[in-house]
Design a protein around this ligand. Structure first.
Ligand code: ADP
Ligand code: MG
Length: 246
């Protein structure tokens, strides 16, 4: 019951469980093939991956869905952002052949849903700090300048960071298309549920292609979050840090 223990579980049935990728002990083990990402990490001066990152990166880079449960401040943002950037690259090869119809290839590829405006802005700051290639990110949240957000969407974006309420508003009014999204993050799922965002999340998810990669993060693992993960993730691997009542 030590607090920094890390656990990994394949949520598939007994007998169908996959081999779980080894955790990375260094940044290089995860991002050797991506010098631009290595440079950004070195510039910021981090010494080593946090426990959740060391297990999340190999899982996400192998293309699997992931549930990451760990307390606030454990580095979950980079745990999903960096593999997301890499996904954006691979996606261009993938979508032009089979995945996304030609007329939908121009839209955003990555969506992060998060409960509050403050979190959305923080995530966007991280996104810019680790800017990868020329991917354009925008923040969509309630109370913000709606017209400005709509114009930014129109000008073309790759990464959308949004609170569910405002994104659902733009979606319902056909001011944003979500059909090109292939990497989806449900960040702080427990807080989004506590804030009553489940109906908006449901409607947003109706427009997102089922053959996406999905990540869910949460600080806790209550019934509501389990239900959400069952509905929206495909054979996820679960990584959790600390102790958990399962
Ligand atoms: P969480 O989403 O789990 O609450 P954050 O992703 O916001 O946590 O990260 C908390 C802080 O830790 C941020 O300031 C972030 O820059 C920093 N951080 C992230 N990864 C590392 C790392 N590998 N080493 C040191 N600090 C890190
Ligand atoms: Mg976070």
């Amino acid at each position: 019951k030590e607090n920094n223990n890390i656990f990994v579980d394949d949520l598939k049935e007994e007998g169908e469980k996959r081999p779980i990728p080894n955790p990375c002990r260094t940044f290089l083990e995860a991002f050797e093939l991506y010098p631009e990402i290595m440079e950004n990490i070195e510039r910021v001066g981090f010494v080593k991956p946090t426990p959740i990152q060391s297990q999340a990166w190999p899982v996400l880079l192998s293309g699997e869905d992931l549930i990451a449960i760990a307390q606030t401040g454990t580095g979950k943002t980079l745990a999903y952002l960096l593999p997301g950037f890499i996904h954006m690259d691979v996606r261009f090869l993938f979508i032009s052949f089979i995945c996304v119809p030609r007329d939908e290839q121009g839209g955003p590829g990555m969506l992060v849903l998060t409960p509050t405006r403050e979190l959305a802005l923080q995530i966007e700051t991280e996104c810019k700090k680790y800017r990868y290639k020329s991917y354009k990110s925008i923040c969509i949240y309630g109370g913000g300048d709606r017209r400005g957000q709509i114009n930014l969407v129109k000008s073309g974006v790759d990464i959308v960071i949004a609170t569910p309420g405002r994104l659902n508003d733009l979606q319902m009014n056909e001011l944003i298309s979500l059909r090109s999204i292939t990497y989806l993050v449900l960040d702080e799922a427990d807080r989004m549920l506590d804030m009553g965002f489940e109906p908006q999340i449901m409607k947003i998810l109706l427009d997102i292609r089922p053959d996406r990669q999905t990540v869910m993060t949460s600080a806790t693992w209550p019934t509501g979050v389990r239900r959400l993960s069952k509905s929206y993730l495909k054979n996820p691997i679960m990584v959790y840090v600390g102790t958990l009542d399962l």
